[in-house]
Design a protein around this ligand. Sequence first.
Ligand code: A2P
Length: 344
Amino acid sequence: MPKKQKIAIVGATGAVGEELLNVLAELDFPVESILPLASAKSVGSEVEFKGKFYKVKELTQSVFKEHPVDIAFFSAGATVSEKYAKFAVESGAVVIDNTSHFRMDKDVPLVVPECNALDIKEWKKTGIIANPNCSTIQMVQVLKPLDGLFDLKRVDVSTYQAASGAGKEGMQELVEAMQSFFAFKLDEFKAEVFPHTLALNLIPQIDIFMDNDYTKEELKMVNETQKILHKNLEISATCVRVPVLRSHSEAITLHFKKEVDIKKAKEILAKAPSVVLMDEPKNKKYPMPLMISDTNETYVGRIRADIYDKKILHLWCVADQIRVGAATNAVRIAQKWLEFEKCN
Ligand code: A2P
């Protein structure tokens, strides 16, 4: 049995922070204690872990010195990680960072354990391991096994991303906009979290636009996928916010160097770690966000050969954004980190 770990959760009152506690308990991670951290406004509130209650403390520069931990999960936004992760590292903790801040730093491993667990071994360079963007995680879990079979060359992906990607405030704004609709007041609704009203709508913008007219979210999918798979793939992404609460869906077109054998593609996906094959279109069985929410796997369906080109495959995948896209991946990184540290 590995040594029990002292755990800090920065952003413990947020959507991902809360789910981290659930996943740590469900996966029976060896936890000695929990240090929940958030902004000053949450001080005094409590979080529950395995029937025990822990008081939320304010995130400060000195809190990690006063209450040293082994692992600090950061999930309170990129500016918070930029400012405070170094204090956790200085106090001796490994930081598992769920924000975009460190992801493309060449000295910080960016990890989806099912794809590149060994990269975790580089953690000592900075003390930080980065958790990828939610849309990237579920996509690479599907790309990796297929790349091994047919040698991936290019990926075209369109995402259908849930409100949860913008945290609790995003989910709340969607619910309030729906309520406005049922009160016949949707035209008076003022969106603040999203760039437009999300209820009954689709917004083809996630994050800000960059000079090349792609959004930052779309470029995250490109750059992070290449870093995780250690491959210079051609990738194009169109990221769309949809009025769904908490699971992201993706329609992916994969271009390979070799011809695709559909039977083999399905077989390898059925065996791939953390992937569930749900592909019985004649029985109307395919993954959908409502049924996939609150699970720890990436579900794949609608797998089909291209009509014109034997080297192209199309598929659809869905995963819970708060779990697979954030909390579950972070806990799986922690599990692997612990396994590697034990061997040292
Ligand atoms: P708080 O609830 O005190 O504002 P979500 O992604 O669901 O919106 O959650 C964001 C999380 O990040 C919350 O736990 C929030 O705490 C925390 N957070 C945001 N800003 C800060 C900050 N400056 N210092 C510490 N925690 C923060």
